[in-house]
Each structure stands twice: as structure tokens, then as C-alpha cells.
Design a protein around this ligand. Structure first.
Ligand SMILES: Cc1ncc(COP(=O)(O)O)c(C=O)c1O
Length: 438
């Protein structure tokens, strides 16, 4: 669905959706206001990151104040007061209170840091040969050359010459994605393909397994079968492999609990990455969280941590992150006893009922993927947009490179009125698209 910018229209080199971008004036809460006065509900929270809506006054006020005080203080030279506070607040928010936290600007950097830390931990433990990172054939972890080479984003796979000799190692437990699986439906036992991948790679060479606990933008919200994550956790333990969970998209409440792994008791990661919900669209910000025993292994080995980048820990990022977390806390997002987002699940279920253009729906909490019948995505996007609703497309995730769908992921603080608009507009737009198909 993304195509290169047409030559001559602008000097900006950037991917674009097939429908033209909207000139806009401002945004507030769940709404973006176009230059022509029309307003759009941001039904996918930007790219599933504007999790507390646009221009939230708590964040705006905090940023405004911090910009006037100090935006940059060289990491390593000046006391990183805000980042220390943010490390503690982030660790508390996701119920990993004793983790050590490394900050970087993007989800991609968080993945790179997680990989570097996993390898470092293995070497600190005397496991010199453990460098491989095993990933799933359907998943996304970022857009650096190396991380793209590792990830199962089918349409972003690099040219074979550019893939550093690495590739995804196992199939995920999702319908049509777990090739050669002997089971009729996906079950926790599908974790055996992770075991097979470790054995095939040679356990003494494997540093970590890296996966998204709930599939994000590649397959549109596939949820693993109950117990799958715990089964992977157990397999990792059995072979001395670390478990990295990429919660860049799912973390901080998107799936209705602080972490997506909280849906599965006994499936805690060794290393967790967060980003979208932490910067929430206000500043570039990501966190890589390391369980305390791993941090101790590194510290006691005397090995050097991966070096931080120029913009990896600024007072502005710290201030923004703390303000975002305080808003999320007030919304009750960090409560791990009750799954939130029920209203979103309900509106999606009602909107897709009996719709000719809908093939499948999946997701949980505040995050759903609607798989559309082939050839209808462009129409559905144009129609939803004409009715003032913005959704995010996902495409080409099936092994044969087909598949088209839309993500529903409103801000976690959407009002009842926002959600009513989302549900009703989605329902009428899908029906309208269905009439064209029939
Ligand atoms: C699960 C997941 N991991 C990593 C990334 C990369 O994050 P970023 O775009 O901030 O580099 C993304 C981005 O969509 C993501 O969804």
C-alpha cells in the first residue's frame, strides 16, 4: 500500500499511501483537523502510537516548561535526573520494578539495544558462541538494515545480498502462517517450531529468541493461542536462550494490560522493548528493559555496555516520557488485574457483523485487525476517509504475499462519543464498500 513519492511533487523523499496525504492545521485529543476545516478521527492513533491522543495538556505543559529550562544535557557528562526518574517510572508501570532500563530514540534502536544486551549477557556468562537471534517469519522489529534482515516483514525483506546471512527462523502460531504444522488449529504446542529452530541453529550458538507477544502491523493483530508464550519461555529456559519480547507497539496498555505478555502468566521476558506508547507521538523515545539478574551478569563481568547515541537520553525525552506515563497511570492503564478496552472490541464486532468485505477479525484490548476481501482495501480506505475516519493499512502478510486489512487502534483515552463515531462510521463504510463489491 506504500508507494514511492511521485517525482516532481515535492523534494521530500518519503513513502506514501496510495491515497493522497491530507493537508492539516492541528490536532487535539482523538481528532486531526484538516486545512479545509474537515475533521478526522485518528482511529489507529497515528501508527498505533498516539496512545493518549494529540496535544494532551499534561504533556504539552510539561514540554513547554522543559524546553525553556534545558533541552539537552550530554549523556555521561550531566546528571540524567529526568531519565533516572523515567527509568524507575517505566519499570513500575510494566510491573518489572527492578529492571535496568536503557533509553534510545526509536523502536528500531530499542531492538538493536536488546540484541546487543542479549549477546553481552551470554558472553558475560561465558557463553562466547551464543550470538544468533531467532525471530518469527511474521513479525516486525524495526527498519535498520540488520533488524530488517532478521524480521519477517514479508514486503520489507532485504535483497538477499543485503541480509547479512540472517533470516527469520520459525513460523508463528497463526492460521495460514505456520507452514507444515501437523495440528488442525494453532495451539500452544506450535511453540515446537521455536524448539526446532534452536536445535537446528545449534543451541550453543543461540543468544536469544525475539518475538512480538501479539502480532502488530505485519499480520494485523494476530493473538497467539493460550499458553504459547509460556511454552516459548520454557523452551528458552531449557536451552539457555534469552527471551526478548518486542512490546514496542503492544506495551503500555495497547492490548488492554500493561504488557501483552501479562495475558499469559509465567511468560515474562528477559528483555522487553517499549516505544510507541512511551513517546506517544510527542518525542522520539524507546526503552529496552533488562531483568535484574541479566544486568548483574553484565555488571559483574566488567564488560562495557553498548554505547549510547547522541539523542538517546535528553531531559526533553525524560520529561515527555514522565508526563505520558502520568496520564496513562491516571487512566488506570497500569492495572494488570482487569483487561481494558472492552468497548473497542464491542464496537469492532458490531461494525463487522455480516459485512461482505470482511474476511476475518482479530485482536484484543484497544488493538484490532480487520482482514478485508482481496481488492477492497483502497475503496474501504477512501470511504472511511470520506466519512472522517483514519485507519492504518496492513498488507501482503500471507506467505503468498497476498492479504489486505485495516488496523483499528484508537487512543486509550478516546471518549465514548469518539468511540461511537468510530463504530458507526466503520460499520457504514464497510457496508458501502460491500455494495460496490456486490
Ligand atoms: C513491534 C514493533 N517493533 C519495532 C518497531 C520499530 O519502531 P520504530 O518505527 O520506532 O523504529 C515497530 C514499528 O512499527 C513495531 O511495530
Amino acid at each position: 500500500m506504500t508507494v514511492p513519492q511521485a517525482a516532481g511533487t515535492s523534494q521530500l523523499l518519503a513513502a506514501r499511501l496510495q491515497i493522497p496525504p491530507i493537508p492539516y492545521s492541528h490536532a487535539a485529543g482523538s481528532w486531526v483537523y484538516a486545512s479545509d476545516g474537515k475533521r478526522y478521527l485518528d482511529g489507529a492513533s497515528g501508527i498505533v502510537n498516539v496512545n493518549i491522543g494529540h496535544a494532551h495538556p499534561v504533556v504539552v505543559d510539561a514540554l513547554r516548561e522543559q524546553v525553556g529550562i534545558c533541552t539537552y544535557a550530554s549523556p555521561g557528562t550531566f546528571a540524567p535526573t529526568q531519565m533516572q526518574q523515567l527509568a524507575a517510572a517505566t519499570a513500575r508501570a510494566v510491573h518489572r520494578p527492578d529492571d535496568q532500563v536503557m533509553f534510545t530514540p526509536t523502536g528500531t534502536h530499542a531492538t538493536e539495544a536488546a540484541i546487543a544486551l542479549a549477546r553481552l549477557v551470554q558472553r558475560a556468562r561465558g557463553e562466547e558462541g551464543r550470538h544468533k537471534i531467532l525471530t518469527s517469519s511474521l513479525g516486525y522489529h524495526g527498519n535498520s538494515a540488520f533488524v530488517l534482515a532478521l524480521s519477517g516483514h514479508r514486503s520489507r525483506r532485504p535483497h538477499p545480498d543485503d541480509s547479512f546471512g540472517v533470516a527469520p527462523a520459525f513460523d508463528p502460531p497463526y492460521p495460514g502462517q505456520h507452514l507444515g504444522c501437523p495440528l488442525p488449529v494453532c495451539q500452544a504446542e506450535c511453540a515446537r517450531s521455536v524448539r526446532d529452530a534452536i536445535v537446528e541453529a545449534g543451541p550453543e550458538t543461540v543468544a536469544a529468541v525475539l518475538l512480538e507477544p501479539v502480532n502488530g502491523t505485519t499480520g494485523g493483530g494476530y493473538v497467539p493461542p493460550a499458553g504459547y508464550l509460556r511454552a516459548v519461555r520454557e523452551i528458552c529456559d531449557e536451552y539457555g536462550v534469552l527471551f526478548i519480547q518486542d512490546e514496542v507497539l503492544t506495551g503500555l496498555g495497547r492490548t488492554g494490560l500493561p504488557l501483552a505478555s501479562h495475558h499469559t502468566p509465567g511468560a515474562d521476558a528477559d528483555i522487553v522493548t517499549l516505544s510507541k506508547g512511551l513517546g506517544a507521538g510527542y518525542v522520539p523515545l524507546a526503552a529496552t528493559m533488562l531483568a535484574p539478574r541479566l544486568a548483574e551478569d553484565i555488571m559483574s563481568s566488567g564488560k562495557w555496555l553498548p554505547l549510547m547515541g547522541t539523542m538517546s537520553a535528553t531531559p526533553l525525552q525524560g520529561t515527555a516520557g514522565l508526563a505520558v506515563l502520568s496520564v496513562l497511570e491516571d487512566l488506570g492503564v497500569f492495572d494488570r488485574d482487569v483487561v481494558k478496552g472492552e468497548a473497542v472490541g464491542k464496537l469492532v464486532t458490531e461494525a463487522v457483523r455480516g459485512q461482505a468485505v470482511v474476511k476475518n477479525v482479530r485482536g484484543l484490548g484497544y488493538f484490532y485487525g480487520i482482514e478485508l476481501t482481496p481488492g477492497t482495501l483502497g475503496d474501504v480506505m477512501r470511504i472511511t476517509r470520506s466519512h472522517g475516519l483514519l485507519l492504518y493499512p496492513f498488507v501482503n502478510w500471507h506467505p503468498d504475499r497476498t492479504g489486505e486489512g485495516l488496523l483499528i487502534a484508537p487512543p486509550l483515552n478516546s471518549t465514548d462519543t469518539d468511540l461511537d463515531f468510530l463504530g458507526e462510521t466503520l460499520r457504514t463504510s464497510l457496508a458501502q464498500a460491500g455494495e460496490r463489491v456486490n
